[in-house]
Design a protein around this ligand. Structure first.
Ligand SMILES: Cc1cc2nc3c(=O)[nH]c(=O)nc-3n(C[C@H](O)[C@H](O)[C@H](O)COP(=O)(O)OP(=O)(O)OC[C@H]3O[C@@H](n4cnc5c(N)ncnc54)[C@H](O)[C@@H]3O)c2cc1C
Length: 426
């Protein structure tokens, strides 16, 4: 075998690709990241859940997070539509196994993604930036055996023992294999930008993520502190809501800021410091996350609605779990789909829990605040919100939520009856 054939080629140097590079380099497996962009580059997805801390610790990245002074995230808070007020949770209410701190982080993704990529490089990962993969190459036995890249207008082939697609929402391999399925329920659309001078005097903690419900179908807004001066603000609703409004991004954003009293208050003297950005078509999954000689990780495998800030955590855990199977594949010299499939099973079951939680949440918005206010369910909800979705066979709180929804559906004049959405949950 030549040098290249020992190598794992990773397409994309976002959190998924870089974390995988770290795990593989630590395990002594040669790996190379081809990243189409040149870091630092902008990216949405700035607030993390607690479980991410475990991965940072495992790959030795926690000291970097601390050194760089990212804003510490101690909890989360939800603000109702129309009325003022908030329902908050603090992460220290549910201590997590092998996590020795009670906070996670909000990040400027330009800085975070660059640092994580550099960390992978420091552990031994070879990194090429500004070089995009154009397709994954398969051999005569239908095993992925390399990628095609484009350099200075020329197509070149890079052989590899295994290929990992970590290309994010670009979903390079999913599209190539035609295994990408758009989500049948969620078709959300986001408009977001950074602001200075956001008024946080009314809220419980300025370092929490704040979610504001909006009085529109599946509508909410995020408030994420990027630094102590700069705050990321985003408006999310069905794509139809944006289209129907027939407004430019700025006017659309302002319209929905004005629709929630707490949000309007927070934004009354705010000054925008960068351009509005828009994100759409972001809920989908691939029919397969693992095949002969390849795996798909992070957003390249599946994307669920970002209401609970799950994306970076899923990206990091997909790296962790896929690395375990890749290490095993090198040990046994077996790169078959069957040998890599346990990764898919594990990741899929964890993301399914996120998805179900999100679906029930959108089905009946007040259910969520009702459950986090309840003594019986609060800790279980908290556990999900902190990202503990992997390696779980049962999640009783989701059954309890389903039962509660059934009661609302079948009880005439139930106080929440008017708030049920049309999302199917059976
Ligand atoms: C509206 C919205 C809000 C969100 N909010 C949150 C949040 O608060 N918290 C959270 O955790 N997540 C959030 N997310 C999700 C989060 O952005 C993603 O889940 C996360 O970035 C996934 O990481 P990744 O490494 O899989 O993909 P990415 O971060 O997208 O990285 C993929 C990398 O691959 C590169 N690439 C693409 N194509 C190629 C190619 N052909 N060749 C080489 N390189 C390529 C790209 O340049 C990119 O750097 C949000 C998403 C959306 C849409």
């Amino acid at each position: 075998m030549n040098n290249h054939e020992n190598n794992v080629v990773i397409i994309g140097g976002g959190p998924a690709g870089s974390a995988l590079g770290c795990y593989l380099s630590k395990a002594g497996i040669k790996n190379t990241i081809y990243e189409a962009a040149n870091h630092p580059r902008d990216h949405v997805g700035e607030s993390m859940v607690m479980s991410s801390v475990r991965v940072f610790d495992e790959i030795g990245f926690l000291p970097v997070m601390e050194r760089e002074g990212f804003v510490r995230k101690y909890g989360a808070s939800w603000h109702p539509p129309i009325a003022k007020g908030e329902a908050a949770i603090a992460f220290n209410e549910f201590p997590q196994e092998s996590i020795r701190q009670d906070y996670t982080y909000h990040v400027d993704r330009k800085k975070f993604d660059l640092l994580l990529l550099k960390h992978a490089e420091s552990l031994g990962t070879k990194v090429y930036q500004g070089i995009g993969a154009t397709k994954v190459l398969f051999d005569e036995n239908n095993y992925a055996r390399g990628i095609q890249i484009k350099v200075a207008g020329q197509e070149l082939e890079v052989p590899a023992r295994m290929v990992v697609d970590a290309s994010g929402r670009n979903t390079l391999l999913g599209k190539q294999l035609k295994v990408k399925k758009t989500d049948p329920i969620f078709d959300q659309f986001a408009v977001h930008a950074w602001f200075e001078n956001v008024d946080k005097s009314q809220v419980d903690s300025s370092e929490y993520i704040h979610i504001y419900f909006l009085p529109v179908q599946r509508g909410w807004a995020w408030q994420i502190p990027i630094t102590h001066e700069v705050t990321s603000m985003g408006i999310v609703a069905e794509k139809e809501v944006f289209k129907g409004a027939k407004l430019g991004p700025g006017e659309y954003f302002d319209k929905y800021v004005a629709s929630n009293p707490d949000l309007a208050h927070a934004m009354r003297d705010a000054r925008r410091v960068n351009e509005f950005k828009m994100e759409g078509d972001y809920s989908y999954k691939m029919d397969t996350f693992a095949g002969n000689g390849f795996v798909l990780i992070g957003d390249a495998a599946r994307f669920v609605d970002p209401i609970f800030s799950s994306g970076v955590s899923v990206a990091l855990y997909s790296a962790k779990y896929s690395s375990e199977r890749i290490v095993e594949a090198f040990k046994s010299d077996d790169f078959s789909e069957a040998n890599l499939k346990p990764y898919e099973v594990k990741l899929r079951s964890g993301i399914d829990i996120w998805y179900e939680f999100i679906r029930l949440y959108y089905k009946l918005l007040p259910l969520f605040t009702h459950f986090i206010s309840s003594k019986e369910h609060r800790v279980e909800v908290l556990r999900l919100l902190q990202g503990e979705v992997f390696d779980r066979r049962e999640v009783p709180v989701l059954d309890a939520m389903r039962k509660f929804i059934k009661i609302v559906e079948t009880t005439p004049n139930h106080v929440f009856a008017g708030q049920l959405s049309d999302i199917p949950i059976d």
